[in-house]
Design a protein. Sequence first.
Lengths: 301, 227
Amino acid sequence: MCGIVGLYLKNPALESQLGKLFEPMLLAMTDRGPDSAGFAIYGDEVRAGWIKLTLQSASSDYDWKALMGELEGCLGCSLDWLQNASAAVLKTNAGEAAVRAALLELAPGVRVMSVGQSIEILKGMGLPQDIAQRFSLAKMQGSHIIGHTRMATESAVTMEGSHPFSTGMDLCLVHNGSLSNHFRLRQELRRHGIEFETDNDTEVAAGYLTWRLRQGDSLKAALDHALEDLDGFFTFAIGTRDGFAVIRDPIACKPAILAETDDYVAMASEYQALASLPGIDNARVWEPEPATMYIWERQSA
Amino acid sequence: MKTIDLSSASVRDFNQALHDQARQLDEREWLVSNSGGKHNLAVGVNQALDIVIQGHAGYYCAGMNQQANITVHGNVGVGVAENMMSGSVRIKGSASQAAGATAHGGLLVIEGDAGARCGISMKGVDIVVGGSIGHMSCFMGQAGRLVVCGDAGDALGDSLYETRIYVKGTVKSLGSDCIEKEMRAEHLEELAELLDQAGFAADPASFKRYGSARQLYNFKVDNASAY
């Protein structure tokens, strides 16, 4: 089943309340996905030449301070970091490849959830309520956020198998549905150099988008290709640095609903998840068409 | 009139209260507030009640309805009035997919748009939509009438049996075995009646009629090689 929610703020005055507005949306989708949950939040952008990585460890008492000290020595560059429960957000002016190589050597058990200038991906097993509390979602600020509640059908319930999945710099994907050709597609993508950590079908969709974008596709072109090459049911929400996109497969079995006011654009699997938003009674509410891409992005700075 | 506030009352208790009316009728008029898009509202009613839902409703609203008149002042999710037997359901907003699925009787009016698969496998219900309908609508429709004042999406009436379909706007494509048919006097008459019941002012003469070409009723031995 799974639930998807997304909130994009048009009114910057609301940015301090992003987490508070979003948390009830995620919790409303608990019935659709009680086994794991996660979200990708965009905000607190790093300056040019810097990148931000979200790292996650299997243990909540991981010694991040020691790792960061070693990283600083190994990379020989500036870094800044903060811990959030089992995750850490690392900001550095080193290159992505160098950071990944150093992490692999120093802390092979630590996983990179996201890389970008703005994105932070936080996710884990458990009820959406547990995940929201673990990472203090209600206190978070930012410009936009997408989230997911998972009811696993295609692969194991693990932190790695929960959504969102990173698909490149500042990009991520959440998925409601199931893909039937993910095994074959995974093999093909591996030949193109895309690496996979799980047997999860959504990770294949994310890897597919990463590959198309590396080939030079625009997000729209990548999604058009996805409609051709992904076989199965899906509603996707894709987070980008400047906004988010929503697309449903041509059969459109999996639900999606959109709402727009002067202050925000919101999407969810079910209207219930939108009912807590301010001004929703006067919002324009509609169901997205099948095989049609909807995208909201602010102008890049 | 009895008012139910769903911000405090549970959907289960609300539906039970409606079901109790089938055994002993002591309240005919019901008003629901703070519906908040909740699923399964007013499902399985079997009494001539008047139920008004102030706000949006989720999945399967008014499912299996018998006798009741149910009005939703908002949008509804998947499968509104699915398997309705009698009575009437009016949606002031829009409906998601599979509106009126498999319904045997009664009248379903959607003042806004309906999503994909509107009237799928309908078995005698009348559905009147003020706006447009999505793809694969009336798939395997067996009986009843579907009236659309706006446009219809792809594959309208695929594998149709005997449902009569009236569309005022454009049809993106017709499904397998669905064809446009002549609008005769009796059709104009029944369409006028349906529009009147739904309270829509559209001119029956501006609609086109679609129905089954009846080519899929029997297996054709010439097609055996396709299987």
